[in-house]
Each structure stands twice: as structure tokens, then as C-alpha cells.
Design a protein around this ligand. Sequence first.
Ligand code: F6R
Length: 320
Amino acid sequence: MKAEKLVEGFWQQLLPEGGIPRIPLSELKGLVLCGMGGSGIVGSVARTLLLKRGYEKPVVTVKDYDLPPFVKDGYGVVCVSYSGNTEETLHNFRQALERGLPVWCVTSGGKLEKLAREHGLPVALVPKGLQPRFAFGYMFSRLLLMLGFTEKELKDGAEFLRAEQDGLKKLALNLAERLYGFVPALYATPLTAPAAHRWKAQLNENAKTPSHDAVLPELHHNELMGWSNFLLRDKFVYLLFKDPEDHERNLLRAELTEELLKELGHNPVVLEGKGETLLKRTLWLINLGDWVSVLLAGLYGYDPLSIPLIKQVKERLEHA
Ligand code: F6R
């Protein structure tokens, strides 16, 4: 299927059929969400939403081989890998078993499904045959249900996005035209950081564009000094992500960031998700970024689905 069709149909991925295992969150001491790249971002978005709704235990994302040492008795581990063959995530899975921890998996198959079945562990299956980043909605909706979000919340989000498609595509074309020929600098607030990071990865993979993201308030303590470089600062287009539920000081900082960039002669794009819940606003921003990335790929003449270097690295590592 063409990338544009996949982005347009993103909302449909948010309507999983039943039979999704639930994670007994209240019985856990903490939760670890493992996964890389297009699967890893699923955990990052879910973490922000879970904590925002008041889950009181530590929730950590792991995008590396080793689980942190404190991840032991009482922790639960979720392994998300679309292919089920990602070596870092398989290593996390094995380590979790060695430490005697309960594990849940979200995958389309591969070694992860096989291992999980061998150990009698719960698996939420997603449809096969897609590239991981274009299956975000499938993995994300299943993970949210595992974490106690409701089917109604997902259905509402899906219907909302369906109605937004024309507007999203129009806005995305405008943004893609602004980004053409520049490096996108994506500046986020803590609540929008996962969506901005998804944008970064989609711009990298689909539009073959280097991109950079940084998060407030930390970016006020370093990043902004880079703008002093008159030779380099004009190579970026600055996008500022924010959410009405962010800490008021971060919202003030977002406005200040906009002001400072304008004083340097830049015209930053301010992006706030649409919708009355953080879940909807996050999905809206993600769908917008997906649109921007495939339309920008079109402007450059790239195939958004082609990722030869990522494949090459995996192949070389397999034989190393
Ligand atoms: C490919 C993509 C990659 C993969 C990553 C991990 O579409 O986005 O970032 O997601 O290499 O592979 P999986 O998702 O199969 O665990």
C-alpha cells in the first residue's frame, strides 16, 4: 500500500478487535516499556499518557540492550517489536525472564512471538506485512488497552482523526513546503515531546531528512545558545510544539522561545494538537507529522517506504 494511503488510514488502526491481555498495573512496583525505533515510540507516547493520568509507579522506557539494574522484583516488562526480530528488544525479553519478571508482548510475529508462546506469555498480535513505523496505530492501541485505557477512548480518537483528514493533509502540505530545503528543529514541551520525537523519526525515515528535537525546559539551558551561530541558524526551520495541559512555566517558556526566535528574524511554526483530551491532541500531532513526512518525501522525490540503510545495518549486525 502507498505511504499516503497508510497515513490517511491511520485512524483505522486505532480500533483493535477484542482479546487484548490486560496488565495489572496496581499490582506492579513499576513498568518498563521496551522497544526500538517505530516500535519504541509506542512506549514513549504511552508512558506520557499513563503518567499524566496519575499512575503513581515508575514507568521507564528502554531503548537499549540492558534493562536497568533496579528493574527486578515487582516490575512488569512490555516488549514492543513490530517484526519481533529486533535484537535489542529480544535481549530485553530474555533478561526480563532471567530476572523472573512478568512480560507482555506486542508484535506481529517473529522470534518474539515464538519465544513468548513457548513461555506461555501474553501477546497482543498486530497485522503483518507493514513497515513498523506505519503500524504505530496498531501497536499503540493494543498497548493502551493493555494499560487500562478504554475502547471508547480509542474509538473517539479514531473518529476524530477520520473527520480531520482533509484539514490535516492541507496543513501538512503547507508545512512540508516550509520544511523543504531546511533541517527541521523540533522544540517540544514535556507533554508533546513523544509526538515531536515521532516527527523526527518520520522525517528521517520517510523524507530522508536530518532532523533534531529538544525539550523544554532543558533547551533553555543549552540549545538556544546554538542560535548565536549566524552561519548555521538559518539552515533550520523551527517548530514549537506545546500542549494546554503542560506546566504553566513551560507554556511561558514556549512563548518566550517563540519571541526569541522572532527577534533573530525567524518565523517559528507553533503547533498545538487539536482535540479536548491529551490522547486526541497527541494522535492529531502524530498524524499531522506522518502526513508532513510523506508529503515532504514527495517534494524531494524520495520513496517514503524505502529505508535501505536501516536494513543494511541490521544485516551487517546479523553477520557480525
Ligand atoms: C521501520 C522503523 C524502524 C523499526 C526499528 C525496530 O519502519 O521504523 O525504526 O521500528 O528498526 O524494528 P521493530 O519495530 O520491528 O522492532
